[in-house]
Design a protein around this ligand. Sequence first.
Ligand code: ATP
Ligand code: BTN
Length: 256
Amino acid sequence: MTIGRRVIRLDEATSTNDVAKRRGRSGEPEGLVIVARHQTQGRGRLGREWISPEGGLYLSVLLRPELDPKELTALTTYFVLPVAKAIENITGLKTELKWPNDVQIVGRKVAGLLVEGTGQRGKIAFLVLGIGINVNNSAKDLGLEGATSLSEEAGRTIDQEELLEEILSELRSHYERFKKGEYPEDEYVRRSSVLGHQIEAVIGRETFRGKALYLAPDGALVIKSDEGLVLRLSWVNDTSLRVTDSAENIDIPTKD
Ligand code: ATP
Ligand code: BTN
């Protein structure tokens, strides 16, 4: 299998994840990529809107991983890494990873990842990995504070085709390494804007303040609350995270 063995390009989609899911249900093999120039109903986690005007990159990848469901949550957590690396390779910009699913540049959100899947009796039928990146669109036009685009950060137009090729190439090598049990923990930790920081986590109706300690093997974020409680935040839950300090030299404890 190779991610990108078949690439379908659309002018418009409601959501590229919907198109990929339809193909998944009708038995399409893994590796299919759906790309749309814009989306009319782009979505993020928890049904939030992903604003998707022309100039951005919107793609979904169909995967059929033969993995233990336990490994799957880690896989999805670590999938932001190939996106971040591809952005760095093409633009020369430095990226940060905000657990669970954001890629940022100097604290502003430039890309997000949405993983959706279906399965039965604990077995994964397929996964759809949706990636949205603000590339040559204006972040100001999105009307969101805290968002940016690659062209605005780099001060030049970015070649979308080149970026797409680099993303597919990074995804391929990341996926192959992951299937061999290679977790790119160091590469992740180096870019994390969360680990070692003071954070505020809103989980459903509860708010916890504390410190982000480390990533658990399953991709959950382990935090220690100011009251001394150690909590595991899972990306599948309704969790929102805010970093509340901006210390440059932070201490990232190890698991051991
Ligand atoms: P968290 O940090 O907890 O993940 P989040 O605000 O990043 O919170 P997500 O569900 O990951 O939430 O992402 C969806 C949010 O992203 C939307 O609610 C909106 O605020 C923001 N958003 C929507 N479209 C874009 C875009 N094109 N670029 C940047 N941010 C966007
Ligand atoms: C998030 O930050 O919550 C995730 C945003 C994911 C957006 C991408 S764009 C391609 C794919 N199609 C969608 O509707 N969402 C994902």
